[in-house]
Design a protein around this ligand. Structure first.
Ligand code: 13P
Length: 340
């Protein structure tokens, strides 16, 4: 457990967050299509080489979550991408879930697959250099949704995954994502996130998962994309921290938010506002950081797609987002940084 604790602490080290670059082949194909790129194993490799070779990335990024394909890929010069990350002081991690399918009898809801054979796969991932893992479960808000069946099934699967990870000396990142799609209010998202997190920690307890060696990757508490009542940055920060304080045990090593489709700038501003609230009785017991995919990568992907030769500009865009989010962890992010 000692090395697991140390890895968990390193992932949430002060001033640093995670780069999620573990898009499934399907999701990566969609992201590439949105910027006019054709998908292929080589395009994904080249793009991910660009990300991990960004000079200075390790100043703000503690860990990178990789797709299975990336774990064994190399730079054009033949250096394994995992080795590039380690040399930059960035811990390599691995997405181990195998995506979502409709829940039986509940076609509006999803279960995450990947537990069968996971124990064997985890051994291989650890041998390939992975130090931590990620599993994502999704919850849709709607009329009568999420159902108790969906919450319980996904919480149970997350806990079984986390226990298997710790057995294999990998720190589990536990990602229950309440989705932004829908017209629900901020208050509804808070209530659903609260219920989901309580179930997840109940199941983690039942499965004997060591919370000190676990990182939670939740959604921020946000109104639905079609909600007619806007919420301010401060309202989001307050609702998110209040929700987490009530549902997440103090022993958890840290919390690293997903971005979930928020704009890069809003994600940074909201994270920043949460850190401005870190005082007095509102002080959360765990480090709060980021584990963004889209909110870190999107500007870099656009630049790279429009001019693949201009690697430096794309890497600067990634580093800029990492720096903005690093500043947010000190409550020092300012929208003015976006023009620098
Ligand atoms: P986003 O930050 O784009 O939501 O992705 C995070 C992630 O890891 C999804 O599983």
């Amino acid at each position: 457990m000692t090395s697991l604790h140390a890895t968990a602490q390193a992932l949430v080290a002060a001033g640093k967050g995670l780069l999620a670059m573990d898009e499934s082949i399907g999701t990566c194909t969609k992201r590439f299509a949105s910027v006019g790129l054709a998908p292929s194993s080589e395009t994904r490799r080249a793009y991910r080489e660009l990300l991990v070779t960004t000079p200075g990335l390790g100043d703000y990024i503690s860990g990178a979550i990789l797709h299975e394909e990336t774990l064994v890929q190399k730079t054009q010069n033949g250096t394994p991408l995992v080795q590039v990350l380690m040399a930059a002081g960035i811990l390599p991690g691995i997405k181990v879930d195998q995506g979502t399918v409709d829940l039986a009898g509940l076609p509006a809801e999803r279960a995450t697959e990947g537990l069968d054979g996971l124990r064997e796969r985890l051994k291989d991932y650890a041998a390939a250099g992975a130090r931590f893992a990620k599993w994502r479960a999704v919850f849709t808000i709607g009329a009568g949704l999420p159902t108790a069946a969906c919450i319980e099934a996904n919480a149970h699967d997350l806990a079984r995954y986390a226990a298997l990870c710790q057995e294999a000396e990998l720190v589990p990142i536990v990602e229950p994502e309440v989705l932004m799609e829908g017209s629900h209010t901020l208050a509804r998202c808070q209530a659903v996130t609260d219920t989901v997190l309580h179930q997840v920690f109940d199941q983690l307890h039942t499965q004997g998962v060591v919370l000190e060696a676990l990182v939670l990757k939740p959604n921020m508490v946000l109104p639905g994309l079609e909600c007619s009542t806007p919420s301010s940055v401060d309202e989001v920060a307050e609702a998110t921290v209040a929700c987490l304080r009530r549902a997440v045990p103090a022993a958890v090593a840290g919390i690293a938010f997903l971005s979930g489709g928020q704009s890069s700038e809003l994600a940074s501003a909201r994270l920043n506002a949460m850190h401005l609230r870190r005082s007095g009785s509102a002080l959360p017991p765990w480090p709060l950081t980021f584990s963004f995919a889209r909110a870190l990568q999107q500007p870099a992907l656009h630049l790279w797609a429009s001019a693949p030769a201009n690697r430096a500009a794309a890497q600067q865009a990634l580093l800029h987002r990492a720096r903005c989010n690093g500043a947010a962890l000190r409550g020092a992010y300012d929208p003015g940084m976006e023009n620098q």
